[in-house]
Design a protein around this ligand. Structure first.
Ligand SMILES: Cc1cc2nc3c(=O)[nH]c(=O)nc-3n(C[C@H](O)[C@H](O)[C@H](O)COP(=O)(O)OP(=O)(O)OC[C@H]3O[C@@H](n4cnc5c(N)ncnc54)[C@H](O)[C@@H]3O)c2cc1C
Length: 361
């Protein structure tokens, strides 16, 4: 890494495919298929708006690679990352038509052990148990297993009808954010100054003209303290309602989550809490004795195709947003993708934000 250079410039033109250079910040617009990484990468001066798990993970990776980073957020860690259960569950959370997300999730899941170790945050890696309450719910479990088998994802059917997804894990996202904030300085107000690239990592609210690329999907979630927590994440259905129960090492149990499209500020509703507790106690009866510690609502940053937006939208402007239900899972992968993009120009077509803008790439 060449340190001290103040201007970011792309790799030598000869290394780029034709039509690769666009605008004053030269960011490649299509995926490079056979890229050999340049041996010398110049320092990129970045400004990151948003200090949720995504903005902070990107900042940490850029700092690690020697780039200059300014992170701006008036309320670091207060968005969806504050609510998230922290399931690292590409399989349990797989929906029909989301095969790309499964692949990305599995790729990012593989990065988590090293990422967590580096941050000093414990990883709960005892897998996920899929459970169904009534006959219809058990059919839903069977459908999920069939979908996973179709995609060669590991799923072990147990004698009691539940299904173990052995390679899944969970983490406390608040602990992750705390660890990242200890390494990444954040300022509340944009200090100005020159930057080569601005990275928008503002979660469910993107500034104009990109606002419509992300919508808020409200999620209500509960935190309880339980003397008999489940040994691993339980993910299932109760009378058709999806529910999860995520244990932490300290006895905290997270129960989630509702999902509702809306355009008002996210609030905790009586109906949401009632539905969650009713379903959760059927999945794990010991929760009847648990202390209800917290009820939280935040907006998940949803996109039109449920895939994140990671890549350029304009010269000098990169999005790292729209991670919807998987922002915790996808944080280490997103950090790498953004840093790789700034160093090489590579963009994953599936995540390229311009797919939602239409027009010529
Ligand atoms: C109830 C619930 C449960 C979830 N469970 C899981 C889970 O188990 N596993 C999983 O992988 N994902 C989960 N998610 C999804 C995950 O929380 C999100 O995808 C992820 O937190 C998004 O991170 P982010 O950094 O993009 O956004 P956020 O965490 O929302 O952070 C955005 C930040 O941007 C700041 N900001 C906003 N506007 C500006 C501005 N103009 N300038 C500067 N800063 C600004 C905000 O203050 C905030 O700190 C869950 C989400 C919810 C709501």
């Amino acid at each position: 890494m060449q340190r001290g250079s103040r201007r970011w410039s792309p790799p030598a033109r000869s290394a780029w495919p034709s039509s690769a250079v666009s605008g004053d910040i030269r960011i490649r617009w299509v995926q490079r298929r056979s890229w050999s990484r340049p041996s010398v990468v110049e320092v990129v001066r970045t400004k990151i708006l948003g200090a949720g798990i995504i903005g902070l993970s990107v900042a940490d990776e850029l700092q690690r690679r020697g780039h200059a980073v300014t992170v701006v957020d008036p309320a670091p860690g207060s968005g969806a990352s504050h609510a998230a259960a922290g399931m690292l569950s590409p399989s349990a959370e797989l929906w029909h038509g989301e095969e790309t997300l499964l692949g990305l999730g599995r790729e990012s899941l593989a990065l988590w052990p090293a990422f967590a170790r580096d941050l000093g945050v414990p990883l709960h890696d005892t897998g996920t148990l899929l459970v169904g309450h009534d006959a219809g719910d058990q059919q839903q479990v069977a459908r999920q297993v069939a979908l996973l088998r179709h995609h060669h994802a590991p799923a072990e059917e147990l004698d009691d009808g539940s299904v173990l997804l052995p390679d899944e894990a969970s983490v406390d996202p608040r602990a992750v954010v705390r660890a990242l904030l200890a390494r990444v300085p954040v300022v509340p107000v944009d200090p100005g100054g020159d930057h080569d690239v601005t990275i928008l990592a503002t979660g469910a609210v993107l500034p104009p003209p990109y606002s419509s690329m992300v919508r808020g999907v409200r999620g209500e979630i509960l935190r309880l303290r339980c003397d008999d927590p489940p040994p691993r994440t339980l993910r299932g259905w109760v009378h058709g309602e999806p529910i999860y129960v995520v244990p932490r090492a300290d006895g905290e149990v997270v129960v989630g989550a509702t999902s509702e499209e809306h355009d008002a500020a996210p609030v905790v509703t009586a109906g949401g809490v009632l539905r969650l507790l009713t379903a959760a106690r059927l999945v794990w009866p010991a929760l009847d004795r648990a202390e209800l510690v917290e009820a939280t609502a935040r907006d998940r940053p949803g996109t039109a195709d449920n895939l994140p937006l990671v890549g350029p939208v304009a010269p000098g402007l990169v999005l790292a947003a729209g991670h919807y239900r998987h922002g915790v899972l996808l944080a280490p992968l997103t950090a790498r993708l953004v840093a790789d993009h700034l160093e090489t120009g590579v963009v994953s077509p599936a995540l390229d934000p311009r797919r939602l803008l239409g027009g010529d790439r």
